[in-house]
Design a protein around this ligand. Structure first.
Ligand code: PGA
Length: 239
């Protein structure tokens, strides 16, 4: 079964000192049914492109500008990412939504401009701890999907990342993950791939990936250790 494994390095491993780590990642075997994507910080994209070019790994970015080019200090455009060798870009990660006040409308613009530039956006959605406790998970996700999805007919992936599960070691039950993923899939007319993210590690990866509604994983912390990333990719390759 085809599975996506996306390594989101966040603001880690972004300098040339991290090239040995990148090289150890490049050695990992990736099974033919797995699409493995490494999303390093912008500052390592060009080096990562070189290190990964003759491997099965794809290159992704962690964010992009809503704008095409011009006077947008500090922004990086989807076109630039494409030119660095990226094939996908994470948009609407909860750390962007929370720390940079990104609304779903902004996320949608990023997803659309990524699609226009031939990148596959990985659109993140997920409820906070308060929303989870108030049993608002489905309402929140429904809204985020409605307003964050591109209006045009571009391919894109959805990543369900409960905010309370990111970096906390807490993970929803398999039933909860399955229920949310099935509901997300039903909200689209065409079949849609949905990845899970939030405290994935080598111990829980296999059981989460075995859920038929889970098309892959978005991994933060565990992707910063080559051995852990390898074990997760192995688990995906065996399915
Ligand atoms: P985590 O992060 O695996 O460290 O919980 C996941 C993410 O934020 O994408």
């Amino acid at each position: 079964m085809e599975k996506f494994i996306v390594a989101n390095w966040k603001m880690n491993k972004g300098s040339l000192e991290d090239l040995p780590f990148l090289e150890s990642v490049a050695q990992i075997n990736v099974g033919p049914t797995v699409t493995a994507i490494i999303a390093p910080p912008y500052t390592l994209l060009q080096a990562a492109q070189k290190a990964l070019e003759s491997t099965p790994f794809h290159l992704g970015a962690q964010d992009c500008s809503t704008q095409g080019n011009g006077a947008h200090t500090g922004d990086v455009s989807a076109y630039m990412l494409k030119m660095c060798g990226c094939t996908s870009v994470i948009v609407g990660h909860s750390e962007r939504r929370q720390n940079h006040n990104e609304t779903s409308e902004i996320v949608r613009k990023k997803a659309e401009i990524s699609g226009e530039n031939g990148l596959i956006p990985i659109i993140c959605v997920g409820e906070t701890a308060e929303e989870y406790q108030a049993k608002k998970t489905f309402d929140i996700i429904d809204q985020q999907i409605e307003f964050s999805s591109p209006r045009k007919d571009f391919p894109f992936l959805i990543a369900y990342e409960p905010v309370w599960a990111i970096g906390t070691g807490k993970v929803p039950s398999l039933e909860e993950i399955n229920h949310v993923h099935e509901t997300i899939k039903k909200s689209f007319k065409n079949p849609k791939k949905v990845l899970y993210g939030g405290s994935v590690n080598p111990e829980n990866a296999k059981e989460i990936l075995s859920l038929p509604s889970v098309d892959g994983l978005l991994i933060g912390g565990a992707s910063l250790e080559a051995e852990k990333l390898k074990n997760i990719i192995d688990a995906a390759s065996c399915l």
